[in-house]
Design a protein around this ligand. Structure first.
Ligand SMILES: NC(=O)c1ccc[n+]([C@@H]2O[C@H](COP(=O)([O-])OP(=O)(O)OC[C@H]3O[C@@H](n4cnc5c(N)ncnc54)[C@H](OP(=O)(O)O)[C@@H]3O)[C@@H](O)[C@H]2O)c1
Length: 333
């Protein structure tokens, strides 16, 4: 039998009890070309909330009754597909469930001989690391001495962006939602300054910590934080528009930031989706793995045991309780 989370209602506002239901179904027999994957890790991401909205975005909309969509790492248990053998460790969109059946499309093998723990391929070497690497380096092309501001800086993506910014010689200022996160950014990750957007005077602190203005903004949040950052951006500065988490639970459209700043200051803003870079993941992995080995990058994973806890755990992303990349451990390898 296969335990699964099913989308039962399109959430309004925050995800609530009953929007997802936990149920059991039989594991189907494999057809020709299919594989059975036992899911080990499930990635919980802010994007999950958008996927539940019933709206098409860069991926098809989910329908009521669908297994909740999610990225996974798992092990091939049975195979009718010559490209995969039993025991292969694979990355897939395996969903919020114990087992998934796939025709192999979009399923990528994870090498076992890297010396890194498997959960690192859900975070630093997975979508999180790829997002940080390409979102910063490809979109904004940071130069030595420039000032980089990162929102949700203590989060999974933001903390890697902040550290890559330091590696590239930038002055890095991180914005986060608690003193503990702010201290971690400065004291452990070695960035130049941090701002607690819940307690500090954001505009005043940006002025103090970015005396030469802001050259690069790595946008994870949107809303009033963006507005404050835009007001200090330099002419010809760049923004990597990675995410807008402050709006994901919104029930109506909030008054936007002053986008006129984008025009007046000729700011170059480019949205992106990490999957655009799939063909270049190896390039990122080579740099990221060297930086982790050399101690230049630290990463944290927040692993929640038990698939049954997934719908509760995802709320941590929106309350800020997650401490690193939020992952559900569905089973032992
Ligand atoms: N473009 C892409 O391909 C792509 C790929 C992956 C992720 N992303 C985006 O990257 C961003 C970070 O994702 P992640 O997976 O690394 O999650 P994360 O940063 O580990 O977790 C989300 C964090 O967002 C902060 N947050 C939540 N609500 C907020 C609000 N209203 N205002 C300000 N901050 C808020 C919280 O930290 P605080 O305690 O600091 O508030 C929370 O810990 C998200 O916007 C996500 O959509 C984009």
């Amino acid at each position: 039998m296969n335990k699964q989370w099913i989308l039962s209602k399109f959430p309004v506002g925050e995800i609530k009890e009953g929007d997802l239901v936990y149920q059991e179904s039989e594991i189907p027999e494999l057809n020709e070309g299919e594989i059975l994957i036992k899911n080990i890790y499930l990635s919980l991401d802010p994007a999950n909330r958008g996927w539940m909205s019933g709206q098409k975005s860069y991926v098809d909309a989910m329908n009521i009754g669908d297994i909740m969509r999610g990225g996974t790492i798992g092990v091939v248990e049975e195979t009718n597909n010559n490209d995969f053998k039993k025991g292969d460790i694979v990355n897939a969109m395996g969903g919020w469930q114990q087992f998934c059946v796939s025709n192999g499309k979009g399923v990528r093998k994870i090498p076992l001989d890297t010396g890194f723990p498997l959960d690192s391929f859900m975070s630093i070497f997975g979508m999180t690391g790829m997002t940080a690497y390409f979102g910063l380096l490809d979109i904004t092309k940071p130069q030595e001495g420039e000032t980089l501001v990162v929102s949700a800086a203590a989060g999974a993506v933001g903390s890697i962006v902040s550290q890559i910014g330091k590696i590239k010689g930038c002055r890095v200022i991180g914005i986060a939602g608690s003193q503990e996160k702010c201290d971690w950014l400065v004291n452990d990750l070695g960035i130049d300054g941090s701002i607690n957007y819940k307690t500090d005077n954001l505009r005043g602190k940006l002025k103090e910590l970015c005396p030469k203005g802001i050259d690069i903004y790595f946008e994870n949040v949107g809303g009033p934080i963006t507005d404050a950052v835009l007001s200090r951006m330099n002419i010809g500065s760049r923004i990597s528009l990675c995410g807008l988490i402050s709006a994901y639970n919104a029930e109506s459209i909030a008054p936007g930031p002053a986008w006129g700043n984008l025009l007046v200051k000729r700011i170059n803003l480019k949205g992106f989706i990490v999957f655009d870079y799939i063909k270049r993941y190896l390039e990122a992995y080579q740099d990221l793995s060297n930086w982790v080995r050399d101690g230049k990058i630290k990463y944290k994973n927040d692993i929640v045991p038990g698939l049954e806890n997934a719908s509760h755990a995802i709320k941590k992303l929106f309350s800020g309780e997650n401490n690193g990349k939020l992952i559900v451990q569905i089973a032992d390898l």
